[in-house]
Ligand binder design. Structure first.
Ligand code: GLU
Length: 449
C-alpha cells in the first residue's frame, strides 16, 4: 500500500466520521469499504487526484421529512421519513424503503452507501439510495398502514421518477405497502409510471421472481463459492436467520438444490426443524397470517421453538444471516466455526459484525458479504425496470435464468477482483473493489459533480 493511498483513506474516514457524528452503522459500512480498497487506489492514482472518495462518501442529496397520520383511534401520530440519494453515476438512484422503529439517518446512510457498490456489482445501470421511516408496521391495521403510506408518499413523490429515483421494499415494506405507496404516487402525479417503483404486484407491472430473488440469489452465490472448491449445496445443512422475504426464499432454494434448511427466527426467538423447514407452512404463517415464527412449532411436530438464545447456536454447514444488521457477532462466529460451518452468505445487509467477518476469514470459512450475496433482489428490480420500459412481461423461468446469470457474474467479478488486488478468496475485498472501480470510472468520466 502506498503511503498516499493510506493517508487518503484515513483522512476520508476521519472527516466522514466527524461530519456524520453519532451514526455508528454508517461508520462501520464506510470502514468496511475503505479498508478494502487501498490496493485499488495504488493502481489508480487518478481516483485520488479527482477526489473520488471524498465525493463518494457524501450523499448527492438527503431528504428528511415529517410524516403525520392518524391511527385507528383518531390520534395524531408523527413519524420521520428519509430518503438518502447517495450516488447516481451509474443510473437512477435505486434502493429499498425500510419501515422499522430502529430507522434513523445513520441506518439509512449505511444502507444507501452499501447499495452503491451492490448495485454497481449487478452491472444493471442503477445508482444507490435508501429510504424509509421509523414507523413500526407491527400490529397496525391495513387502514393505518395505508394512511401512513399515503402521507409518506405525499412528500417523497416530489423526489422520485423512473429516471430519477426508483424505490422498492426492504424490512417492513412488502407487497401491501408498495401497493399503497404506488397508488398514492399515481394519484398525485396522474401518471401510471410503472418504472418508478419495483416490487409491484405482478398483475400491475411487477416482475416474476422479484419476491424470491434476494433469497434465491444468496443461495446461488453460495453455490458458486462452493463450486470453486469442487463442492455443492446437495446434502448440506443450512442455518438461516430471519423469517421475512429473504429468509423464506433462501430456505426454499436450499431445499430445491438438495440441502436441508433447518432454522428460521424473529425477534422473539428461533425455530429448529431437523426434518427441514416446511416452506409452505412458513409462508402461510408469515406471509398470509402475519404471525410470529413460534406459531410454526405449534403446528409441526418435528419443530421446536427456542425463545431467546441465538439461532447461531445451531450447527450447520452453511449459515445464511437474513434478518438484520449486526445480528451475528464474534461469539456467534466462533460458535458456528466450532460447529463446522464451511460457508456464510449474508442475505441481510451487514448482518455480521466486523469481528465476526474477521473470525470467518481467519478460519478459512467462505464468506460472502451482503453487497454481493444479496444483490439478486435489486438486480431483479432492474429486470423489472427493463420490462416496464419495454412494456413486456417475462415468465418465471426466464427471469430466474437471468437472476442466476447475474449472480454468477457478481461472483466471478468479486472473485477476480480479489485475485487482482492481492487477496485471493477474499470476497469482501473482491466485491468492494469491483463495485468501487465501476462507480469511480463513471464518476471520473462525468466530471466534477
Ligand atoms: N432493499 C433491497 C436491498 O437491500 C432491494 C432494493 C431494490 O430492489 O431496489 O438491496
Amino acid at each position: 500500500m502506498t503511503p498516499s493511498a493510506t493517508r487518503t483513506l484515513h483522512d476520508v474516514y476521519e472527516t466522514a466520521v466527524a461530519r456524520n457524528a453519532g451514526e455508528p452503522e454508517f461508520h462501520q459500512a464506510l470502514r468496511e469499504v475503505l479498508d478494502s480498497i487501498a490496493p485499488v487506489l495504488a493502481h489508480h492514482p487518478e481516483y485520488v487526484d479527482a477526489g473520488i472518495l471524498t465525493r463518494l462518501v457524501e450523499p448527492e442529496r438527503q431528504i428528511i421529512f415529517r410524516v403525520p397520520w392518524t391511527d385507528d383511534a383518531g390520534k395524531v401520530q408523527v413519524n420521520r421519513g428519509f430518503r438518502v440519494q447517495f450516488n447516481s453515476a451509474l443510473g437512477p438512484f435505486k434502493g429499498g424503503l425500510r419501515f422499522h422503529p430502529s430507522v434513523n439517518l445513520g441506518i439509512i446512510k449505511f444502507l444507501g452507501f452499501e447499495q452503491i457498490f451492490k448495485n454497481a456489482l449487478t452491472a444493471q445501470g442503477i445508482g444507490g439510495a435508501k429510504g424509509g421511516s421509523d414507523f413500526d408496521p407491527h400490529n397496525r391495521s391495513d387502514a393505518e398502514i395505508m394512511r401512513f403510506s399515503q402521507s409518506f408518499m405525499s412528500e417523497l413523490y416530489h423526489h422520485l421518477g423512473e429516471h430519477t429515483d426508483v424505490p422498492a421494499g426492504d424490512i417492513g415494506v412488502g407487497a401491501r405497502e408498495i401497493g399503497f405507496l404506488f397508488g398514492q404516487y399515481r394519484r398525485l402525479t396522474n401518471r401510471h409510471e410503472s418504472g418508478m417503483f419495483t416490487g409491484k404486484g405482478v398483475q400491475w407491472g411487477g416482475a416474476e421472481v422479484r419476491t424470491e430473488a434476494t433469497g434465491y440469489g444468496a443461495v446461488y452465490f453460495t453455490e458458486e463459492m462452493l463450486a470453486v472448491k469442487g463442492e455443492g449445496i446437495d446434502g448440506r445443512t443450512a442455518v438461516v436467520s430471519g423469517s421475512g422475504n429473504v429468509a423464506i426464499y433462501a430456505i426454499e432454494k436450499v431445499q430445491q438444490l438438495g440441502g436441508t434448511a433447518i432454522t428460521a427466527s424473529d425477534s422473539s426467538g428461533y425455530i429448529v426443524d431437523e426434518a427441514g423447514i416446511d416452506v409452505d407452512l412458513l409462508k402461510q404463517i408469515k406471509e398470509v397470517e402475519r404471525h410470529r415464527v413460534s406459531e410454526y412449532a405449534e403446528r409441526r411436530s418435528s419443530a421446536r421453538f427456542i425463545s431467546g438464545g441465538s439461532v447461531w447456536d445451531v450447527p450447520g454447514d452453511i449459515a445464511l444471516p437474513s434478518a438484520t444488521q449486526n445480528e451475528l457477532n464474534e461469539t456467534h462466529a466462533y460458535r458456528l466455526i466450532k460447529n463446522g460451518v464451511v460457508a456464510v452468505a449474508e442475505g441481510a445487509n451487514m448482518p455480521s459484525t466486523p469481528e465476526a467477518v474477521h473470525a470467518f476469514q481467519q478460519a478459512g470459512v467462505l464468506f460472502a458479504p451482503g453487497k454481493a450475496a444479496n444483490a439478486g433482489g435489486v438486480a431483479t428490480s432492474a429486470l423489472e425496470m427493463s420490462q416496464n420500459a419495454a412494456r413486456q412481461r417475462w415468465d418465471f423461468e426466464s427471469s430466474e435464468d437471468k437472476l442466476r446469470t447475474i449472480m454468477r457474474g457478481i461472483h466471478s467479478a468479486s472473485y477476480q477482483a480479489a485475485d487482482k488486488y492481492g487477496k485471493p478468496g477474499d470476497y469482501v475485498v473482491g466485491a468492494n473493489s469491483a463495485g468501487f472501480v465501476r462507480v469511480a470510472d463513471a464518476m471520473l468520466a462525468q466530471g466534477l459533480i
